[in-house]
Ligand binder design. Structure first.
Ligand code: PLP
Length: 462
């Protein structure tokens, strides 16, 4: 073990050093991957030395998600305290189903969830759990919605008249989860959005009324806190009113930006959150913890027991079951995803989490201001979002992003809203500062200037 840990230290040391010089890993085309790297598994063991060489090669060629040139995903950066917590959970390898198997780690998970429920403003009836990603916490929300409407569905299967409402800009996990849950993809109503990407509340109500008139049972409204492309926040307060009127489960998908609840300055973007039934957030996005760290909070934990416990009813729960988290989880064996977030939170306090959220919005303002003040850019951003969307010199976004990637310059993605496609710069890495953001634009501009031929080859006029 000691030797392996030394090798770990050495590879990490080399990586950190190399990352400062080469923030983007060498591009390996997928078609050449198996020729260029020794990935085949063989019958016989290899030497420790060869293993070390292969592992370092693998690590060095992997996409570098923590550097100042990575803006591709809704996560980025490296938080040392969160990593420390995660490394310890790997060493301990507790499984989070029973108190017997995880001991005080159960308390760690409970403390994180309790504190988040307090911040939302929920009392001791509230509860929650961790699952293996935002798609899965959203799935759990949907299952509780289904069971709250059709209690017998758990035993007899789903009657095919339940409907789900989510905005056209929401994450694809909602239709996918509708398939998993037996509600069915065709029962998901895609609600139009307004010009800044928020669910059209009137269109939502009209769709619900129409479905009721046609004999459907509206079961779940899924709102989004931070849509995947624009980073828009649906109007939670207004939607809560509609869900109350029609008695529909209300889930808020905060996978991307639900962490605004930690900031006094930005929590207003989720005004009315205390009225929802369930809420998910990914600490592996805005809170910079390693993948995955996905929290699900439920206003009334009875629904968690009803849908996820194998026992007949919540009523049979004993005191002790409060510490046997397997009673309310999606999986059986479960990683300790709480410790990394707890370690970070314990070390920086809630104030520190607030600082992280605020910094992401500050960096987005720097980027948005740059785009809005430079005439070669066309701006598609909305305010109060950490996704900054633009085009440069009319170059198709996907060409620009692909060439920047293939030439190991910058990792940045593109998205679309309406009929326009654009570059999406995500300022989620709190290790970055203003200069890094300005350098992003400088790098992009220099690359375009120096590679005019490339863009011409791709039949793009600069
Ligand atoms: C990232 C994201 C998800 C999915 O979360 P995973 O952890 O990747 O499964 C769901 N909804 C939104 C809005 C997201 O941004």
């Amino acid at each position: 073990m000691k030797k392996s840990l030394e090798l770990f230290q050495q590879i990490v040391h080399n990586l950190l050093e190399d990352e400062t010089k080469n923030p983007v890993a060498e591009f390996v085309p997928s078609g050449e991957l198996f020729e260029r790297m020794d990935l085949d598994l063989e019958e016989h063991p290899i030497s420790e030395e060869d293993l070390a060489t292969i592992l370092q090669d693998l690590v060095f060629k992997a996409p570098r998600t923590a550097t100042n040139a990575f803006f591709n995903q809704l996560f980025g950066g490296r938080n040392d305290k969160a990593i420390l917590g995660d490394l310890l959970s790997v060493m301990l390898n507790n499984s989070m189903y029973t108190y017997k198997a995880a001991g005080p780690m159960i308390g760690v998970e409970k403390a994180v969830l309790r504190k988040v429920c307090d911040i939302i403003g929920w009392d001791e009836n509230a509860g929650g759990t961790f699952a293996s990603g935002g798609s899965m916490t959203n799935f759990m929300g949907m299952l509780m919605a289904r069971d709250s409407k059709q209690n017998e569905a758990r035993y007899e299967g789903v009657k095919n008249n339940l409907t789900v409402y989510t905005s056209a800009e929401s994450h694809y996990s909602t239709p996918k989860n509708a398939a998993f849950s037996g509600i069915g993809r065709n029962q998901v109503r895609s609600i139009a959005v307004d010009e800044v990407g928020r669910m059209d509340v009137d269109a939502l109500e009209a769709a619900i009324v129409q479905d009721i008139n046609e004999g459907y049972v509206p079961t779940l409204v899924n709102a989004t806190a931070g849509t995947t492309v624009l980073g828009a926040f649906d109007n939670v307060d207004a939607i809560a009113g509609i869900c109350h009127t029609y008695n529909i489960w209300f889930h808020v998908d905060g996978a991307y930006c639900g962490s605004v609840i930690f900031s006094k300055k930005y929590t207003h973007l989720l005004k009315g959150l205390e009225k929802v039934d369930s809420f998910s957030l990914n600490a592996h996005k805005m809170m910079g913890t390693p993948l995955t760290c996905s929290l699900l909070m439920v206003k009334d934990k009875k629904y968690l027991y009803d849908s996820f416990s194998n026992d007949a009813s919540y009523l049979y729960q004993t005191d002790h079951d409060d510490f046997n988290l397997g009673k309310t989880s999606l999986q059986c064996g479960r990683r300790n995803d709480a410790l990394k977030f707890w370690t970070l939170w314990k070390s920086v306090g809630t104030q520190g989490l607030e600082g992280m959220v605020n910094k992401q919005f500050e960096l987005a303002d720097v980027a948005r201001d740059y785009v809005r003040n430079h005439e070669d850019y066309e701006d598609f951003s909305i305010d109060d979002s950490i996704s900054v969307c633009f085009n440069y010199k009319g170059i198709p976004a996907r060409d620009l992003c692909t060439l920047l990637y293939e030439h190991s310059q910058l990792l940045v993605g593109y998205g679309s809203f309406g009929d326009r496609e654009f570059v999406r710069l995500v300022t989620i890495n709190v290790n970055n500062d203003k200069d890094v953001i300005l350098n992003f634009f400088a790098t992009l501009e220099r690359f375009v200037e120096e590679n005019e031929a490339l863009f011409l080859k791709n039949r793009v006029s600069v």
